[in-house]
Structure formats: C-alpha cells, structure tokens
Write a protein that binds this ligand. Structure first.
Ligand code: HEC
Ligand code: HEC
Ligand code: HEC
Length: 511
C-alpha cells in the first residue's frame, strides 16, 4: 500500500521530489531510448524553436491586454481574467501592454502598474498561490533562503535561496532569467533545473504574474545563506539529462483560456494547472515520474501520504462534496463529516490555499468539478464509512491479552475523539473530529491513518492552531497496526488493513 519509489530521509523533506523512480531494467531501456532520440530532438528543437513560444503565448497576451485596460465587473469577468488577480484593480490604471506575458518583451516591457505597492501585494498573493514558501524555506528564521532537502531515489536536492541576496540568492538574476527559470526550467547560466522544482506547472503562468512574484521577492530581506550542495549520484548529477526528461514529460507553454468555458472555469484552470500545482501530488506518475495525463487527479502516494483522488467521481473522488465544502477545506483545512487536512495537505492549506480569496477558491472548485471522473474501483465514498462504537465495556475488555486495538484506542485516542469515535466539539474550529465519515479513516488504504497516528497533525491557520499529538514514540509498530485496524474496522472501511511491517516503513517517513 505504500509507494516504495521514494526513499525517505527521517527528519528531512516535507516535499519529496517529483522525478526519478527508475527501476533498473526500465532505467537501462529508457536511457537507450533517450540517447537514440537525442539527434532527433536536436533537429526537432531547432526547427520548432522559432514559432513554439509565440503561438503558446499569443492568446493570453491578447487576453491580458484586455484585462489590463479595464477592471472587469465581478459578475462578468472576461475569460481573459486568469491573469488578473483579485487585487488587480491597479491594472486598470495602467496602459494596456499587448506584450505582457511574452518573454521576448520582458526586458523592454514598461512597468505599467501605476502603483508598485499593488504590484508587490499581487506578487505576494501569487507567491502564496504557488506555495514557494513550502519548498524554499527549511528554517522559519530564514524564509525563502532555501536549504530544504528533497529526497529522490538518486540522492538529495537542496532547494536554492530565492531571497534577493546577490551572492547566495537571486539578487543578480535579471527578470528575464527569473521568468525563464519558472517557465522553462532553465537556471541562470542556462543549466537545466530538476523537475523537483515544478516548472512543469509554472510554465503555464503568465509572464506578467511571474514578474509580480519577482517584484514581491525583491522586497524580501536578503538572506546570506548558501544551501548545501546537491548530493546526487551519477548520472543524475548530469543536468543536461533533463533534456530527455523534458522531452517526454514537459510541455512548455502558457495557459490558454478556453473561450467555450466560463471565466470562472478559466480562472480555476489557470490556478490549478499553474501556480497551485495540485497535480504534482494528486496525479499518478509514470515510470519516469512524469505525470500520467490520462489519469489526472485520480490520486497518488508520495512519501507515505496518499493525496486522494479529487476528481468529481461520487465514489472514488470528491463528487459528493458541495462547493462550500471544498472552499472550506482549502480555507480552513477541515470539513466536519468529510475530511481533515494533515501531512503535506496541511502545509498546502497553511502556506497557500488559506490565503486565496473566496472567488478564487470557488473557481478552483468549478474547475475540479469539470474533470473527467475516475472511480478507481471505489463503490462508496471515503467519507461515507463507519458507525459509532456502542459498547464501551467490550472495548475495555476483561484482560489485557496481547495487543488489542480497541483497548489501545480507548487508552490513547478516546479522550479527544470519544470512545464512540464521534469526536468532541462537532464542527467548531478547534473540534476533535469525528472519525466516522472521515476520508482518512474511510480510505481503502490506511496509510494516511497510520501517518496521522505516528506523526500527528499540525496545521496553523488564521482561525485555528490545530494540533494532534504524534504517537510514534509511545506506540510500537504492532500497536499502531492493531490500532489502525481497529479504527478502520469500526469507523472506516474494514477492508483497509495494515501490518506491522507496513507501519515500520511509514514510521521513518516525514510527518
Ligand atoms: C515542490 C517544491 C518547490 C516549489 C513549490 C517551488 N520551488 Fe523553486 N525550486 C525547487 C527546487 C528543488 C529548485 C532547484 C532545482 C535544481 O536545483 O535544479 C528550485 C529552483 C528555483 C529557482 C532557481 C534558483 C536557482 O538558484 O537556480 C527559482 C528562481 C525558484 N525555484 C523560484 C520559485 C518560486 C518563485 C516558487 C513559487 C511560485 C517556487 N520556486 C516554488 C523547488 C520548489
Ligand atoms: C504537496 C502535496 C499536495 C499538494 C500540492 C496538494 N495536495 Fe491536496 N492532498 C494531499 C494529501 C497528502 C492529501 C490527504 C490529506 C489527509 O489525508 O489528511 C490531500 C487531500 C486533499 C483533499 C481532500 C480529499 C479527501 O477526500 O480527503 C482535497 C479536496 C485536496 N487535497 C485538494 C487539493 C487542491 C485543490 C490542491 C491544489 C490547490 C491540492 N490539493 C494540492 C497532498 C497535496
Ligand atoms: C489531544 C487530542 C487528540 C488525541 C489524543 C488524538 N487525536 Fe486525532 N485528532 C486531533 C485533532 C485536533 C485532529 C485534527 C483536527 C482538524 O484537522 O481540524 C485530529 C485528527 C485525526 C484524524 C483525521 C486525520 C485526517 O487526515 O483526516 C484521525 C484519523 C485521527 N485524529 C485519529 C486519531 C487516533 C487513531 C488517535 C489515537 C492514537 C488520535 N487521533 C488521538 C486530536 C487528537
């Protein structure tokens, strides 16, 4: 039930890198194929280079020119509005810039934002939407200075410093170099960046929005800090090999609004497919760790955490959630009777989605609802399982015989979640949630439940500082397995079972 492609390093990365995972025969075959394609690639690239980018960018540039020239009334945001954030009122005062968003025009593009504070504010909002903080901050006293280790099957990549420090950060980067890194995955000196950096998603973001992010990053305190050097084994320390990875797994190009869809849908698509990079966790990966575009958003396990199927299927996905449920989940991290955000999703809520405006969160919902539903074999929704325990005397048992899940539950969990499993405090912000109708407990894979027991929950938002203690040091692998099996049998999907060996693998994962 766990994904073994990621080697976890205890005490390290919160985000595990999104590439790699070759198994030996596949690796050999793919490298052979890759080298054979090299010549072909060069020829193709040479002929394609000239027109590829402009065609990708034109529709959006035009769209941006429109949106820059007026503030669309909230009710009739033009399909162009993906590039217009909520705070884009400032754009109205600027002259239309037909080239905004086009790389070629970056150097010369006049800064048409009348007020640079608004530009910086917009950049901050967008940087949050892109969750730059999650990967580029290893230590909260050094925000954006990088150094977070991201473990991959070939070694460790450390995120770079993106503060404006001239020597250790990106202070000396031109705007054009910054935009190229984000849209093409190319570093300052022309080197290929690793796709652990989600340029595969950021490529869809308009140049205009990236420049706002840059403007915001420029206002940060420069921090002099050089992250450790990457520790990758040969041949993965050869950056140029990413040419092949990109060939198979990366399509460069800006988001193009779909005129057949509503402005709200386009807005949601622009966010989800671009800055918010939801797919990086929620879409299954191929053997090269590229995204399987045929199974988008149908769920994937990374570093022990199952980022669930969020397609609109009523059984497999989140098709039975209301729009309000989704907005609430992304804004607060908890929806009573459905789901709570723990692990990497708690980080997403904490650093990113809680800051998005209500219209943007709704737009994300509209877009997710339009995806092809994937049932994935599920017949009942994750949040529709379980019944309250009804016999506390049976739970207590008479004698302690071996490892007993029910007794462990009573001893460790019942103070907060109640012996019935119904929780305490219902849907109040600091409630101890019900374990009945909870997606982590009702999932067919008990991995997230075990991760929650081992590593607890920690999620700070504007309205609540949510905390469930970690039990890793109190309970051994047998006990966690017995406890999880009791919890799924009673409150969730009884088919979800774990062995002590499964728990041992999850124990070394990062919370
Ligand atoms: C999922 C993790 C992740 C997220 C989210 C992320 N980055 Fe990065 N970023 C990385 C990694 C890893 C690298 C280094 C890649 C390499 O060494 O090839 C990187 C490299 C970069 C670079 C190149 C820096 C250099 O010195 O080469 C820039 C610029 C950058 N990121 C900006 C951003 C911005 C802006 C955001 C938010 C919109 C962001 N990143 C979000 C992981 C991330
Ligand atoms: C860093 C990885 C990561 C990213 C990025 C991410 N998610 Fe998640 N998501 C997860 C994980 C892991 C869970 C399961 C959390 C749990 O069980 O507590 C989850 C759970 C969810 C759920 C609840 C599903 C359920 O049935 O419980 C929703 C809805 C969701 N994510 C939406 C999104 C959206 C929308 C985005 C983009 C804005 C996003 N996620 C980005 C990892 C991620
Ligand atoms: C001190 C109180 C406390 C104890 C003890 C406690 N929990 Fe929790 N639990 C919480 C809180 C708080 C949350 C998060 C609520 C939220 O997300 O808003 C939570 C969340 C959960 C979730 C939902 C996670 C998700 O991703 O959806 C599960 C499952 C869970 N606890 C199981 C357990 C089990 C099993 C035990 C016993 C080993 C236990 N809890 C012990 C307070 C507690």
């Amino acid at each position: 039930m766990t994904n073994h492609r990621f080697r976890s390093e205890p005490g390290h990365a919160r985000h595990d890198a999104s590439f790699g995972g070759y198994r030996r025969p596949v690796r050999v075959a793919s490298f052979a194929a890759a080298f054979a394609l090299f010549a072909l690639f060069l020829a193709w690239h040479a002929s394609d280079d000239d027109e590829a980018s402009p065609t990708d960018e034109l529709p959006l540039s035009r769209a941006q020119a429109q949106s820059a020239s007026r503030v669309p009334p909230a009710s009739s945001i033009s399909p162009a509005s993906p590039a217009t954030m909520q705070t884009a009122a400032s754009d109205a005062t600027g002259a239309p810039n037909p080239n905004a968003g086009s790389n070629a025009a970056l150097a010369a593009a006049p800064r048409d934002d009348a007020n640079s504070t608004d530009l910086v504010k917009r950049g901050e909002y967008l940087a949050r939407a892109g969750d730059c903080m999650a990967c580029h901050t290893a230590d909260n006293s050094r925000p954006f200075a990088g150094g977070l280790p991201m473990s991959t099957p070939f070694g460790t990549i450390y995120t770079p410093n993106i503060t404006p420090d001239p020597d250790t950060g990106i202070g000396r980067w031109s705007d054009a170099q910054f935009v190229r890194a984000m849209q093409e995955g190319i570093g300052k000196s022309g080197e290929h960046l690793y796709p652990a950096f989600p340029y595969t998603e950021y490529t869809r973001v308009a140049g205009r929005d990236l420049l706002a992010i840059r403007a915001y990053l420029n206002t940060l305190a420069p921090i002099r800090y050089a992250p450790p050097r990457n520790d990758l084994s040969f041949p993965f320390n050869q950056r140029w090999l990413m040419v092949f990875w990109n060939l198979f797994n990366f399509r460069e190009g800006r988001f193009v609004p779909d005129p057949k869809m509503s402005p709200q849908w386009n807005r949601g698509a622009y966010l989800v497919e671009g800055l918010a990079h939801c797919e990086e966790c929620h879409t299954p990966r191929n053997f090269m760790q590229g995204l399987k575009t045929s199974e988008r958003f149908s769920g994937e396990v990374q570093a022990g955490w199952h980022a669930f199927n969020i397609t609109p299927d009523k059984a497999g996905g989140i098709g039975n959630w209301s729009d309000d449920d989704l907005v609430r989940y992304l804004a607060k991290g908890a929806v009573a009777g459905r789901a709570n955000a723990a692990g990497p999703m708690a980080d997403v809520v904490e650093n990113s989605t809680q800051y998005l405006s209500d219209p943007d969160l709704r737009a994300i919902g509209v877009y997710l609802r339009s995806l092809p539903p994937v049932a994935g074999g599920a017949t009942r929704a994750r949040d529709q399982w379980g019944k309250p325990a009804d016999d506390v005397t049976r739970l207590r048992g008479t004698a302690i015989a071996g490892v007993n899940g029910a007794q462990l539950f009573l001893a460790n969990c019942a103070t907060c979640h109640a012996w019935t499993g119904r929780g305490i405090g219902a849907d109040k912000p600091l409630a101890y949630p019900s374990l009945i109708h909870n997606s982590a407990v009702g999932a067919l894979d008990a991995g997230n439940l075990a991760m929650v027991i081992l590593h607890g929950v920690s999620r700070k938002t504007k309205d609540a500082d949510v905390m469930m203690p970690a039990f890793a040091s109190e309970l051994n692998d047998d006990e966690v397995a017995a406890l999880a099996n009791y919890v799924t049998r009673q409150f969730g999907d009884p088919r979800a079972t774990l062995t002590a060996a499964d728990v041992a693998k999850l124990r070394v994962r990062q919370p």
